[in-house]
Design a protein around this ligand. Structure first.
Ligand code: PLP
Length: 442
């Protein structure tokens, strides 16, 4: 197999996600990159080229490609049970995973509901919230609230709480869009404001909205600390403290979508921990299976669970997906959690994140860079450029330099697997700086 063979067959047969397919066609087209194998942070093609996976393959990979420990756990599971229906049946991996996740929330969220992708987790949380209010005689609570610039997935239901025009506009007739409240994004700081001040100002707007509309609002959904897909907007934990207090006061559920920021990405296992709060619902996906298999989970409180526990079938939560609680995916998640425990990953990541920040310091000081920011294993900066092609120019310049980075508009971010070495951090940062200069001077 050569790159060229697979590339052409892929363009004929595969409709690639998040892609205008025409950009891959013709002279000077954006290259499609065939990958033959992965090892650690590296992706290798068929022709002897390699790429450092600086975005963890869309934020899912935590401990490297083809991790020997996760591979071994999956091989063993494969010989015992691959999958079984989860309605009326149960199995060891799903039970153990549910117990361990509940423990990680300190017992606050003791009930795990399973699906296969992040957008479904969002929809499950929305449905559960609305239905639980309905079961408690509050059927007027039918609306949701999200932050400006929020991203919670792209299925029709999830688009209701995704405030990203390019993903939503074409489908507007299908979508019952939720109301948005101002983002606490620290870049919105007014003169002299600290990030906490900016967060408090956004919380005041939330309070105003809730005061007027709380009777009809089922839940507020947020990405704690970092709004990832709309450009790695980072904000102070103060916002979450206020949001929690306001949701309690106005009887509105708080849904934390930690699909991207969970599993240690932000520095703590769950990002909400940094605000010392607990949500009513927690959505997990992406990193939870180590980047191996599609898996998503919605954790909820005893109070939510109790609202469905009844003699009447229709008061139950009847939502289902064929692959709910897939044993292999749960086993991958358990192997991932084992690595967190055995290697004390959160402590190791504190050192690694500091090192990554040092490596990126020259980029932060680059004359065209604004708002360099970092939280845990995510670092991002905005590039001053009027070039509408900046993002694809940078992406190509990075690939030419053996690194995979996909800017979001003019925001460049790095979000590497946690197994990246110190040398690889320096390599990533150095090559990113070269790519930036190349993209800025075409
Ligand atoms: C990726 C993402 C989703 C959607 O997950 P999919 O598996 O792509 O459907 C939802 N919320 C957040 C915060 C995400 O980053």
């Amino acid at each position: 197999m050569r790159n060229a063979d697979l590339l052409q067959r892929s363009l004929n047969a595969v409709w690639h996600p998040c892609t205008q397919m025409k950009q891959h066609a013709g002279d000077g087209a954006l290259p499609l990159v065939p990958i033959a194998r992965g090892e650690g942070v590296w992706l290798h093609d068929f022709d002897g080229r390699r790429y450092l996976d600086g975005i963890s393959s869309w934020w899912v990979n935590l401990f490297g490609h083809c991790n020997p420990r996760i591979n071994a756990a999956l091989r063993k599971q494969l010989d015992e049970l691959e999958h079984v229906i989860l309605a009326g049946f149960t199995q060891q991996p799903v039970v153990e995973l549910s117990e361990r996740l509940a423990t990680l929330t300190g017992g606050a969220l003791g009930h795990c509901f399973y699906a296969s992708d992040g957008a479904s987790a969002t929809e499950i949380a929305l449905k559960m919230s609305l239905h639980s209010w309905r079961n408690r005689g509050r059927s007027e609570k039918q609306n949701f609230l999200c932050l400006e610039g929020s991203y919670h997935g792209e299925t029709v239901g999830a688009l209701a709480v995704t405030d990203v025009a390019i993903f939503r506009d074409a489908y507007a007739p299908l979508v019952r869009a939720a109301a948005t409240v101002p983002t606490p994004d620290a870049r919105r700081a007014r003169d002299g404001e600290t990030p906490a001040d900016t967060a408090r100002r956004a919380a005041l707007s939330l309070e105003t909205h809730l005061t007027a509309h709380h009777q009809n609002i089922a839940a507020l959904i947020v990405e704690p600390l970092i709004q990832c897909a709309s450009g790695m907007a980072m904000y102070d934990p103060e916002y979450l403290r206020h949001a929690r207090a306001l949701c309690d006061h106005y009887e509105v559920h708080l849904i934390c979508d930690e699909i991207a920021v969970g599993c240690g990405r932000s520095g703590t296992f769950f990002a909400y921990e940094q605000a010392n709060i607990k949500p009513d619902f927690l959505c997990l996906s992406k990193g939870i299976s180590g980047g191996y298999l599609p898996l998503s989970i919605v954790l909820s409180t005893d109070a939510v669970y109790a609202a469905f526990y009844d003699d009447a079938t229709s008061r139950g939560f009847l939502h289902s997906h064929s692959y709910t609680g897939n044993a292999l995916a749960c086993r991958a998640a358990l192997a991932t959690l084992d690595i967190f425990a055995e290697d004390e990953v959160l402590a190791a990541n504190r050192v690694l994140a500091a090192h990554l920040g040092e490596c990126l310091a020259p980029l932060a000081a680059h004359p065209c860079v604004r708002h360099f920011r970092q939280r845990g294993m995510i670092a991002a900066f905005d590039v001053v450029s009027d070039d509408p092609q900046f993002s694809s120019r940078f992406y190509r310049a990075a690939l030419d330099r053996e690194i995979l980075l996909r800017p979001i508009g003019n925001t460049v971010y790095v979000m590497p697997p946690y197994v990246i070495s110190r040398e690889e951090c320096a390599f990533l940062a150095g090559r990113a700086e070269q790519a930036l200069d190349a993209a800025l001077s075409p």
